[in-house]
Design a protein around this ligand. Structure first.
Ligand code: 18C
Length: 247
């Protein structure tokens, strides 16, 4: 069959060799492994996740946490989406070509380094929230197959001498994000858009990096995370509708 451009650029099923010889490889491998494992852990137990948003199959939990007086509440979201695969979800989350189409908090995005086909370093600036200073972030992003029918993207803050923190209008924030997806379909059947379901676990911890009023921050958080997950998942469903399935 003929491969479209999109199919060729889908997340590779194996780690790209160029990544394993890069200085960031040990960190990328360790943090991705930890994050993917944590993403698939439940929200029960002692840790005390509290539900703060619920809509259809989407559930969002947070833990109230402060570091040096700054709100750093970890977030964990679960969702189920029909008709798209884990690999497709991660393709649209990882690939910068689509980012402006679903990411509404973004002001600018720059690719700082192309480490490999599965790993990039980004600099992003975000929309300013009054009365706080504008924020930016510098992070690596890595997509991988985690197990059968399971793909994940991990984003984690890093440093780069060409992009120093806090030297201009922006305060540098720190982020650890993991989007982990697992696809299922009835045993013995061939996967099609009509019989696949993808379970999504999205985990995020953002340290604002400098003063931000706690009340404003928690209000933004409560509004923006559900908005992001609903918008992103319906964007992917829409993009995949008439394309051949990529499992
Ligand atoms: O994971 C997501 N996106 C990825 C690709 O962009 C990537 C991005 C991570 C950065 C997340 C931090 C975003 C901070 C945005 C601040 C400005 C928001 C302006 C909105 C107003 C229109 O992994 C999806 C990310 C979904 C982001 C939800 C918002 C999270 C808010 C967390 C608080 C941030 C502190 C900012 C300090 C200012 C506070 C007053």
């Amino acid at each position: 069959s003929v491969h479209t451009r999109d199919q060729v650029e889908l997340p590779p099923p194996a780690i790209d060799n160029r990544l394993t010889v890069h200085p960031l490889w040990p960190e990328i491998d360790r943090i991705s492994t930890e994050q993917i494992q944590a993403a698939f852990e439940g929200v029960g137990g002692e840790i005390g996740w509290q539900l703060f948003a619920e809509e259809g199959d989407m559930r969002m939990y947070r833990r109230e946490m402060e570091v040096d007086g700054m709100v750093t509440d970890p977030l964990k979201a679960m969702h189920k989406v029909r008709g798209v695969t884990a690999r497709e979800m991660c393709h649209y989350f990882f690939n910068p070509r689509y980012r402006y189409e679903w990411e509404t908090t973004l002001e600018t995005m720059t690719i700082v380094e192309e480490i490999a086909s599965d790993s990039l370093v980004f600099h992003q600036t975000f929309k300013r929230i009054w009365p706080a200073s504008q924020r930016d972030a510098l992070f690596w992003s890595h997509v991988r197959q985690a197990s059968e029918n399971t793909y994940a993207v991990t984003n984690h803050s890093t440093t780069n001498a060409d992009y120093p923190a806090n030297n201009g209008a922006c305060i540098r924030l720190f982020v650890t994000v993991c989007l982990a997806c697992h696809t299922t379909y009835p045993a013995g059947e061939t996967p099609t858009r009509d019989n696949i379901t993808t379970s999504i676990a999205y985990c995020s911890t953002v340290n604002p990096g400098g003063w931000a009023p706690a009340g404003v921050l928690r209000a933004v958080y409560k509004r923006e995370y559900p908005k992001f997950l609903k918008r992103f998942t319906s964007y992917v469903v829409e993009q995949c509708r008439d394309k051949p399935i990529a499992i």
